[in-house]
Design a protein around this ligand. Structure first.
Ligand SMILES: Cc1cc2nc3c(=O)[nH]c(=O)nc-3n(C[C@H](O)[C@H](O)[C@H](O)COP(=O)(O)O)c2cc1C
Length: 322
């Protein structure tokens, strides 16, 4: 399956650190790239647009300096996640900034990626589109994207209810291009499993949320460590789209999702609880089941590399008759 040239021989383990609202800030992005996996952030984490401009300059400069100081190191490319939605007033100005900085990797979500593909391809950049279902994948592939990102059940943030096993194989029936799989991938065994399933790269969010360099508050990271899957709530009553949340963060604000109206036109009743979605009401995926520390990104990626190598060396099952 075609891996874009940007990622060929460019990573220590086939992983993209996925963009996370209020969590992926430049320290996490650069730590991921320096550790040898792709570092990304949502453009809206930088507020206002002038800050996006500054962040992109700083990230590029830091990575150039790191490459110069460590000529033998694998330093991965960085990327930006753009919300391509008509209601997003920052889309056009921020796309211009992305083009000015010739950002090597762009992830689109929530809208047709065509405009971004044209703009980013004009300077040789790579564009992946985040899709939530096979139907969505079919619509996006005609736009000329270089890869599709699908996120299966159990993911942090907005998550589909479809199992990764089903989703990847369904998309692979019609998409031969680069495919990325996300959803509860924390370790090298799972990264290898994603490849065996038919993905080229793994998309990892929640696991990187609980690292030293992430911008999540200390209690948020600790809650991820302390939680099990039974401590998550999968609901559309907070954002209007199904997402996984840490129940304890809702309880702190007296929110019981079963008491909220089924379809929420806005966030007004949350304001009654004095809580802001994502900032105070925290999301995490089924990955919480195997997260029990808050290491540095470098330590975590070293661990993933070891596990991935072990998983790649697995022999076929002894159950198979020779
Ligand atoms: C706290 C949090 C915030 C997120 N914010 C965004 C976002 O702003 N844009 C986006 O495309 N995906 C966002 N996601 C989804 C991730 O990019 C990714 O799809 C997901 O984390 C992968 O599943 P995992 O968390 O189980 O590893 C977010 C996820 C989390 C946990």
């Amino acid at each position: 399956m075609p891996l874009p040239a940007l990622f060929r021989d460019a990573l220590r383990v086939p992983v993209i650190g996925s963009p996370m609202f209020l969590v992926s800030f430049p320290p996490l992005v650069t730590a991921l790239c320096k550790a040898g996996v792709v570092g990304t952030f949502p453009h809206v984490n930088a507020r206002p647009s002038a800050q996006l401009d500054a962040w992109l300059s700083d990230i590029a400069a830091e990575l150039v300096a790191h490459r110069a100081a460590h000529p033998g190191a694998v330093v991965a490319p960085h990327g930006v996640n753009l919300v391509v939605h008509k209601s997003n007033p920052r889309f056009e100005p921020d796309l211009d900034i992305v083009v000015q900085h010739r950002v090597p990797f762009v992830i689109t979500c929530l809208g047709h990626p065509g405009r971004v593909v044209d703009a980013v391809h004009s300077y040789g950049g790579t564009v992946f589109c985040d899709v939530t279902s096979a139907d969505h994948a079919r619509k996006s592939m005609d736009a000329g994207v270089d890869g599709l990102i699908c996120v299966g059940a159990g993911a942090g943030g907005h998550a589909s209810a479809q199992s990764s096993f089903s989703l990847v194989r369904e998309i692979r029936r019609f998409w031969e291009g680069c495919l990325v799989l996300g959803g509860a991938i924390n370790d090298g065994w799972q990264i290898r499993a994603a490849e065996v399933l038919g993905a080229d790269l793994a998309y990892v969010g929640t696991r990187f949320l609980a690292t030293q360099e992430s911008n999540a508050q200390a209690d948020y990271k600790q809650m991820v460590v302390d939680s099990t899957v039974a401590d998550l709530v999968y609901t559309d009553r907070l954002s209007g789209v199904h997402a996984n949340f840490l129940r304890a963060s809702l309880q702190r604000h007296g929110i019981d999702v079963s008491q909220l109206p089924p379809k929420r036109p806005d966030m007004s009743s949350l304001a009654d609880h004095g809580a802001k979605l994502w900032k105070d009401l925290w999301s995490a995926g089924h990955g919480v089941a195997t997260i029990d520390d808050v290491p540095t990104v470098a330590t975590l990626v070293d661990r993933m590399v070891d596990e991935y190598r072990q998983a790649c060396a697995l022999p076929p099952s002894p159950a198979v008759a020779r």
